[in-house]
Design a protein around this ligand. Structure first.
Ligand SMILES: C[S@@+](CC[C@H](N)C(=O)[O-])C[C@H]1O[C@@H](n2cnc3c(N)ncnc32)[C@H](O)[C@@H]1O
Length: 327
């Protein structure tokens, strides 16, 4: 049983402040600056182009908290924090997603207002400037490789002969790349500004076997395909029932006979993170939610999919998949 007591609340608040400071440091390049070797606060400020006083205060705090080691006037990452904060190649690297989380934290400061008005705390997810795109794409691309492979594996186990895939709302292309590696001709569809950004910054324009389509799937049709797999991963939580049903009808039109639609998301009532995720969608979208298995089943049935199955992708996320009924 959870007990909310003054001491536990104070500890949680302290932890939140620490993680916010780590995220802000990641956002402005403090850990990147420390990758070049131990440095004084003034040197870190110089390397990352930061204010000297602010850098001194934040680094001293991070050292007191055990995130950094401080010796002979120089800071370096503490051994226990190095992989998560300073090594983008490490499996446990987490700093890439923290700046995006910081934006979420800002949304939380608006929750009282959202409770009064029902209006989200910020512009919907699909509307982003270049800096927003950079942070968002980095957070998406930080998805663990094992999760991405499991998703692709589940799709291929459901449709073993698949030769083509459509990755709807594919973001930085981490799923698309694995489909291509597995020999599927793949199309990544995302908003025109996202596609322009990831094509350039994530080298997706150069990937042989990958086609990029910039479109708004609410307004525009999906590419005709037909595709053997239509993946809609971490997308339907952004929208309400009408938009999701319309998108699934478009997915059915883009699927070949026996084609698979695979929805990856936090399924309400099944994922232990679903209610937390629904809160994020309340803050950041107009109609988004962590939809339930019953919602997905009803939408898939109406859109023309059958043989619906729910698989756990990992501890938090599920894949709801269905096969296109014969035409
Ligand atoms: C949360 S990300 C998911 C990225 C990736 N599929 C994954 O699972 O990590 C949602 C993606 O959907 C895209 N998206 C949202 N609304 C869209 C729309 N109306 N048309 C096209 N793309 C959209 C966003 O730009 C974003 O890249």
């Amino acid at each position: 049983m959870l007990r909310i007591e003054a001491k536990a609340l104070a500890d949680a608040r302290d932890q939140a402040e620490l993680v916010a400071a780590i995220a802000a440091a990641a956002q402005v390049g403090v850990f990147e600056a420390l990758r070049a070797g131990p440095a004084s606060a003034a040197e870190v400020a110089g390397r990352a182009g930061l204010d000297a006083r602010a850098t001194r205060v934040v680094l001293a705090f991070l050292a007191d908290a055990g995130v950094l080691d401080f010796a002979e006037g120089r800071y370096r990452p503490a051994p226990g924090a190095r992989a998560a904060l300073c090594d983008p190649e490490a499996p446990g690297y987490a700093a890439g997603g923290l700046p995006h989380w910081l934006g979420r934290l800002r949304d939380f400061t608006q929750l009282g207002e959202v409770l009064r008005s029902g209006v989200p705390a910020r512009a919907p997810d699909a509307v982003r400037d270049q800096e927003g795109l950079r942070r968002f794409a980095a957070a998406m691309a930080a998805a663990p490789r094992a999760r991405v492979e499991r998703i692709v594996e589940l799709c291929l186990s459901r449709n073993p002969g698949a030769r083509s895939a459509l990755d709807v709302g594919g973001g930085p292309g981490h799923m698309s790349r694995v489909f291509v590696e597995r020999g599927l001709r793949t199309t990544l569809l995302d908003t025109p500004e996202t596609v322009a950004f990831v094509g350039r910054e994530y080298g997706l324009s150069e990937v042989a076997g990958l086609d990029l389509v910039g479109a708004d799937f609410l307004e525009d049709p999906l590419p005709p395909g037909p595709y053997d797999v239509v993946l809609i991963s971490n997308v339907l939580h952004i929208y309400g029932p009408e938009e999701n049903q319309a998108l699934l009808r478009k997915a059915a039109a883009a699927s070949g006979p026996g084609g698979l639609v695979a929805i990856v998301d936090f399924v309400g009532g099944r994922s232990p993170r679903a209610s937390r995720f629904a809160l994020l969608m309340l803050l950041g979208t107009e109609r988004g939610d962590a939809w339930s298995e019953a919602d997905y089943r009803a939408w898939l049935d109406h859109a023309g999919f059958t043989d619906v199955r729910v698989d756990d992708v990992d501890a938090d996320r599920q894949m709801v998949s269905g096969v296109r009924r014969g035409r």
